[in-house]
Design a binder for this molecule. Structure first.
Ligand code: SAM
Length: 225
């Protein structure tokens, strides 16, 4: 199965990415707040290293790093312009001093033994041939045993009535937020059922999959390495 590539989406100016995501993604702020609270609940006090997979733009490092001075971040992203945006966005912020963002695939990252990982709005760009399982397996291989991964992803099944209804709601909300109807229609036509996502995480060795967020065609969960 092929997946939409992030770089194939029509984003005229990448610098508008943070604004666009707020317009497009229902609960964007809530998602960051819930992921931050989840990590605070689960990671030890003191220095914590967080792996951020799909760190382009720098949003989660900025949001999760600002109030947590003991957390440091290693971000990977496969699309150089988004890495560049993350570096620019993080420059001269307190979180930026504790972050490195690399244009690399997760399999090529040497660092291991992370205390936590996040993968927000990213896994659905990885095709569900053997690539998505390899992707989750590579993330788990870089985490300490038992540590939490927070995954937030688009979910649904193409053509299935509930998914299609949720997408229409998604589209209307984006339009209400000022996005043009055409851009809203073009955005993120990606499908992976909740069951398939859980199956992949389990096959990659993750345990205790715990839902933390549900929105229209979006789901967030914790999975433990
Ligand atoms: C929708 S953006 C989300 C960025 C960030 N996580 C956020 O929530 O603001 C998706 C990001 O995933 C990156 N990406 C897509 N496939 C990837 C892969 N296989 N490995 C790493 N990053 C990937 C894209 O380049 C893009 O920067």
């Amino acid at each position: 199965m092929t997946a939409l590539k992030f770089e194939d989406q029509e984003i005229p100016n990448l610098d508008d990415y943070a604004t666009l995501d707020k317009q497009f993604i229902p609960g964007r702020r809530a998602i960051f707040a819930i992921v931050e609270a989840s990590l605070l609940e689960l990671v030890p006090e003191g220095p914590v290293s967080v792996l951020v997979v799909g760190a382009g733009g720098g949003e989660e490092i900025l949001r999760h790093g600002s109030d947590n001075p003991d957390w440091s971040f290693v971000g990977v992203d496969s699309y150089e312009p988004m890495v560049d945006l993350a570096r620019r966005h993080l420059a001269e912020t307190p979180a930026g001093d504790r972050a490195q963002v690399e244009a690399t695939a997760i399999d090529d990252l040497d660092e291991k033994n992370f205390d936590a990982a996040t993968c927000i709005h990213t896994a659905y760009f990885v095709p569900d041939d053997s690539s998505k399982l390899a992707f989750f397996t590579a993330i788990r291989a870089r985490m300490k045993p038992g540590t939490p991964l927070a995954v937030v992803d688009g979910v649904g099944v193409e053509g299935e009535p509930q998914t299609e209804l949720l997408r229409r709601i998604w589209t209307r909300r984006a339009v209400l937020n000022g996005v043009t109807a055409t851009s809203a229609e073009n955005f993120k036509k990606v499908a992976l059922s909740v069951e398939r996502q859980e199956e992949l995480l389990t096959s990659a060795g993750f345990e205790r999959i715990t839902p933390i967020f549900r929105g229209p065609a979006i789901k967030g969960c914790l999975a433990f390495a």
